[in-house]
Design a protein around this ligand. Structure first.
Ligand SMILES: NC(=O)c1ccc[n+]([C@@H]2O[C@H](COP(=O)([O-])OP(=O)(O)OC[C@H]3O[C@@H](n4cnc5c(N)ncnc54)[C@H](O)[C@@H]3O)[C@@H](O)[C@H]2O)c1
Length: 354
């Protein structure tokens, strides 16, 4: 077990990110916590264990489990087991399981210990790190939640063996986004030169990818742990356009990662059209996404525009009634800018400019 990184968040609370050699190494580390633990899985991640630990909750896989019913199930199980404040909740799964486990840990007896074991690439590079925990409420994503960083985040690439190609690419889109937001070009270069190794999920390359990607997320969140200073928001690059596409196509057309990739493409084009982003930089970044198979040329039909605009207007980042978008002035230089609705319409409907 190696310590990969340490993250310091609000009130000086620290999360340690550990990389396990394999699942056995991971299990023996967690075995040291003895019996005062409650594990949270979903129906897919539970399959990674031949025999589940004695005290566990298995949630139905998927976003629809991020709700009060799941929260109650975890809290019931914790109480039934007599877990104290010094007890530990272990979330073993993707972003859904980790968000649920973290939210439950944040409210159980006003906060108990929390370990997250992310088992999707997206959760390894993004969801498990940074302390955001939430459930969806009244049809809106992440409406009710808290900031509650895990004491430790345990990663084993063994868990990725069963992850589908689609889910792997969901996470990779966030990694490419991190590469554009990075203060240096190391991650960008790794993505350019090691595509085959990355797609083949070669452990050594994944370790480098994970480390560089985490460094970017940590750079933004440590400066703005509770997202109040306008720094952490920059990690939303591609998400404003992406979420509107994801919601307006009713979560069916593209996966989350493909929407983020597509949204980043639109943000780059917006930057070029406003004279904020250099055309060569935008075109290079778009090519990088395309090389990993993301559909950057997709445009919504004119008939879908009203629905798209409706979803866009629900975005939380607003200034004087206008939605704010993260744009790039160049490598690692993100800014927040309002866009005219006509500009947005043109960007999502008109033919690609690269
Ligand atoms: N807290 C944060 O900062 C943060 C950041 C980003 C995303 N999120 C949240 O994360 C969620 C998305 O996370 P996700 O993409 O990991 O989704 P997910 O947890 O739904 O996992 C995706 C799918 O992969 C399956 N799965 C997970 N691990 C597997 C494995 N090793 N082998 C086989 N199948 C496996 C799951 O059962 C699920 O079907 C969203 O709810 C989002 O809001 C939170």
């Amino acid at each position: 077990m190696n310590t990969l990184r340490t993250v310091t968040l609000a009130n000086g609370k620290q999360s340690t990110i550990l990389l396990a050699d394999d699942l056995k190494d991971l299990s023996s580390h967690l075995g040291n916590y003895g019996r005062s633990v409650l594990w949270v899985f979903d129906t897919n991640t539970a399959k990674l264990f031949k025999q589940l630990p004695p005290v566990h909750v298995v949630l139905e896989s998927g976003e629809s489990s991020k709700n009060f019913v799941s929260l109650e199930r975890i809290l019931f199980a914790a109480m039934d087991e007599g877990l104290g404040r010094d007890g530990r909740i272990i979330g073993f799964g993707g972003g859904v399981v980790c968000d649920m486990a973290a939210f439950a840990a944040s409210v159980y007896m006003r906060g108990c210990h929390l370990t997250l074991v992310p088992t999707t690439l997206l959760c390894m590079v993004d969801a498990s790190v940074g302390g955001k925990a939430a459930i969806d409420f009244r049809g809106l994503k992440n409406m009710v939640g808290s900031f509650y960083p895990a004491d430790e985040i345990l990663i084993s690439f063994d868990t990725l063996r069963t992850l589908s190609e689609k889910e792997f690419l969901n996470g990779l889109a966030e990694v490419i986004k991190h590469a554009l937001l990075s203060q240096d070009e190391e991650l960008y270069k790794l993505l350019l030169t090691k595509k085959n190794e990355i797609l083949a999920r070669d452990s050594e390359t994944l370790q480098r990818l994970l480390d560089l990607s985490l460094a970017v997320k940590i750079w933004y969140i440590e400066q703005d742990p509770t997202e109040t200073l306008g720094i952490r928001q920059m990690l939303n690059l591609g998400h404003t356009f992406g979420h509107a596409l994801e919601s307006s196509s009713h979560f069916g057309l593209f996966g989350h990662g493909s929407c983020v990739a597509w949204g980043t493409g639109r943000a780059l084009e917006a930057g070029v059209s406003l004279g904020v982003t250099e055309k060569a930089y935008a075109s290079g970044a778009t090519k990088l996404f395309k090389s990993y198979g993301y559909n950057m040329d997709y445009r919504i039909g004119r008939g879908d525009w009203i629905d798209f605009r409706e979803h866009l207007s629900k975005d939380k980042k607003k200034e004087a009634g206008k939605v704010l978008f993260v744009l790039l002035e160049g490598q690692g230089k993100a800014i927040l800018k309002p866009l005219e609705i006509q500009t947005v319409q043109h960007l999502v409907i008109a033919k690609p400019i690269f």
